[in-house]
Design a protein around this ligand. Structure first.
Ligand code: PMP
Length: 435
């Protein structure tokens, strides 16, 4: 490489001139190469990638077997007319069905989490003939119209009205919930009943589905207490609503089970996978039952986007699932997750600004606070920790919802007024597995 500093400045000049900002503040580090759990910047500095790219590269970057599949399929079977299905697609649908609970036999494949959730929401509307969708107040399901309407943790402002029939449900956020028992512990049952009472009041009688993450990831690595998901499944059933489980960040082994809904004895009506299924390539899946498939088709459900059931990415998905099974990745995650957690717990003993550590397996979050008594969010400390980590060679995502914090700041004037607002600063550690 030539004069790095000159290259760097021309890189940023061009980026400023021609790349449209989309609300993501760019990392100052320019990455030239990614391999396994490591990123390498333009100076050759090695950085540990604790977020697996955008929480996707579950087997590490450029896994040699995935590279081989991509090379082969780009050369012989890349992309086709959406009505043409191929061997890799049929194999992936079959393989996925083997991993999933028996009723979830039928799948199709798309690109992104937003797109797949959009499809799942549409399916729920078609199948039930109803249109109201419920989601948690700390949810993230995407940014397209339907998935974005069901996303409450970011990106809601100034884009016009949300979809008609979108309703919010209090997220299970034990650390900050106002619902407490006499002994100070989290009273999730009362909160859950309160949530449903609000839904039952607001509904116009058209509840189609509840879309949820089994661990709310972008919203702060919120792990629902034991029994919570099961109870939610019962409440959905009572109201003849479908349960859509969005496992973008949790699926394919990251939490120590193949799918995080398996921590409770439930079977969603629709399961959506994305990020981890493609290990960094754009692949998402929507899986459901034969009965829901039939109902959707009867109601005229249609989904023919350009990359529906593409062979190249399906071949990648097959390889990802093959490796995850063959190398016992979920068990490995359990073991490594326990090791990571023990280390994080030690950090918490040492540093008062770590309010809470939560997560499962290798999906862990650290909530940073600025006041140990009031538990006020520690946005600045979180940012400083994140910046320092990057300087020391560790990339860990800060999902501090800073954007919201700043917006609130501007709106209400002084930070003291919004310090107790339950937006917090969480670092998520979605570690790649292979090194
Ligand atoms: N669902 C969840 C749980 C996610 O975390 C994300 C992405 N952060 C999405 C959906 C949206 O996926 P995509 O960005 O691929 O559209």
């Amino acid at each position: 490489m030539g004069n790095v500093s000159t290259d760097t400045s021309s890189f940023w000049t061009k980026a400023d001139k021609h790349l449209m900002a989309t609300g993501v503040s760019y990392s100052p580090v320019i990455i030239a190469r990614a391999k396994g759990t490591r990123l390498f910047d333009t100076n050759g500095r090695s950085i540990l990638d604790f977020t697996s790219g955008q929480m996707s590269s579950i087997l590490g970057h450029s896994h040699p077997e995935i590279v081989e599949v991509v090379r082969r399929y780009i050369g012989e079977l890349d992309h086709l007319l959406s009505s043409m299905i191929t061997q890799p697609v049929v194999d992936l649908a079959e393989r996925l069905a083997r991993f999933l609970p028996t009723p979830l036999k039928k799948s199709f494949f798309l690109n992104t989490g937003s797109e797949a959730n959009e499809a799942a929401i549409k399916m729920a509307k078609c199948y039930t003939g109803k249109f109201e969708i419920v989601a948690f107040t700390a949810s993230y399901h995407g940014l397209t119209s339907g998935s974005g309407s069901a996303t409450y943790s970011a990106g809601r402002k100034n884009g016009g009205p949300a979809m008609a029939g979108q309703l919010a449900f209090p997220a299970p956020y034990a650390y900050r919930s106002p619902f407490k028992k006499a002994d100070g512990s989290y009273d999730w049952e009362t909160e859950l009943e309160f949530g449903w009472s609000m839904i039952d009041r607001q509904t116009v009688g058209s509840l189609a589905a509840f879309i949820m993450e089994p661990i709310l990831s972008t919203g702060g690595i919120l792990v629902p207490p034991k029994g919570y998901l099961k109870r939610m499944a019962v409440e959905c059933k009572k109201r003849n609503m479908l349960l859509i489980m969005d496992e973008a960040q949790t699926g394919v082994g990251r939490t120590g089970q193949m799918f995080a809904f398996q921590y409770e004895d439930i079977v969603p009506d629709i399961l959506v996978l994305s990020k981890t299924l493609g290990c960094g390539l754009p692949l998402a899946s929507v899986s459901t039952t034969v009965e829901i498939e039939r109902g959707c088709n009867k109601a005229g459900f249609i989904w023919i986007s350009t990359h529906l059931n593409d062979p190249l990415t399906a071949a990648v998905g097959n390889k990802v699932l093959e490796i995850v099974e063959r190398d016992h990745i979920a068990e490995r995650v359990k073991r490594l997750g326990a090791q990571l957690r023990a280390g994080l717990d030690k950090l918490q003993e040492k540093y008062w600004c770590i309010g809470e550590i939560r997560g499962r397996g290798l999906l862990q979050g650290i909530e940073i606070i600025s006041d140990a008594d009031t538990k006020a969010p520690g946005l600045d400390i979180g940012q400083a920790v994140s910046d320092r980590a990057m300087l020391m060679g560790l990339s860990c995502n800060i999902v501090n919802l800073h954007e919201l914090g700043n917006v609130l700041h501007k709106r209400v004037g002084h930070p003291s007024e919004w310090a107790n607002f339950p937006w917090h600063c969480t670092k998520s550690l979605n570690i790649s597995i292979i090194n």
